[in-house]
Design a protein around this ligand. Structure first.
Ligand SMILES: O=C(CO)[C@@H](O)[C@H](O)COP(=O)(O)O
Length: 225
């Protein structure tokens, strides 16, 4: 199944003092999804925000809220993030012993279920949960911080996941170091949702966000061929 290219700016790189406006601006600038990086200072060495902040951002746009939960355990918080207005809830395969149960819980809450893999985690980890998954998020940096260098070895991992997914309607997302320079390769490898933090928010205006999103999209479309 061919999914459209979607650009999902990560607000981790936005101005936290005006997050609502940043969400509105980036959607006005052409973002398809808004990527929300939730970090707990335990699963990853950084802390960001939780369901209350996401709930406060929900009125700013109807765009899909793509929530990346870098928290362990995730299960006790899934309902709160669902009620906050997230549309996609992605848990890490490394974050708990019962991944299949976490994915089932997300779907039972009426949300799309995502699973994320750290760079060191092999794709075989998710082989037996594919029918419980709507999205696979391939980390192309080690999670925790924006502005890191893209790990090129992940292109082969994306290709393997693409083949493993077969004709299931699963979207493949990449996250970390995505720029107009790397977008072509990850789209060619088989991903269709591209998360970009610094590459979008390094701009200082809606026009700059628009230019960055368009450049990433164009590179991805070209790379996909
Ligand atoms: O989840 C993460 C980091 O853990 C990402 O979403 C980053 O926020 C992407 O940032 P850039 O690499 O695009 O700056």
């Amino acid at each position: 199944m061919i999914h459209p290219i979607r650009i999902a700016p990560s607000i981790l790189a936005a101005d936290f003092s005006k997050l609502g406006q940043e969400v509105r601006d980036v959607v006005d600038a052409g973002a398809d999804w808004v990527h929300l990086d939730v970090m707990d200072g335990h699963f990853v060495p950084n802390i960001t925000f939780g369901p209350d902040i996401i709930k406060s951002l929900r009125p700013y746009t109807d765009a899909t809220f793509d929530c990346h939960l870098m928290i362990a355990p995730a299960d006790p918080f899934l309902e709160a993030f669902a009620k906050a207005g997230c549309d996609v809830l992605t848990v890490h395969a490394e974050a708990g012993p019962h991944l299949h149960r976490s994915l089932q819980t997300v779907r039972a809450l009426g949300k799309r279920a995502g699973v994320s893999l750290n760079p060191a985690t092999p794709e075989s980890t998710i082989e037996y949960v594919l029918d419980a998954v709507d999205l696979i998020l391939v980390m192309t940096v080690n999670p925790g911080f924006g502005g890191q260098k893209f790990i090129a070895e992940m292109e082969e991992k994306i290709r393997r996941i693409r083949a493993m997914v077969g004709d299931r309607p699963i979207e493949i997302e990449v996250d970390g170091g995505v720029t107009p320079e790397t977008a072509g390769a990850v789209a060619r490898a088989g991903s269709n949702v591209l998360v970009a933090g610094s590459a979008v928010f390094k701009g200082d205006s809606v026009a700059a966000y628009r230019g960055a999103i368009a450049a990433i999209r164009a590179a991805a479309e070209t790379g996909r061929g």
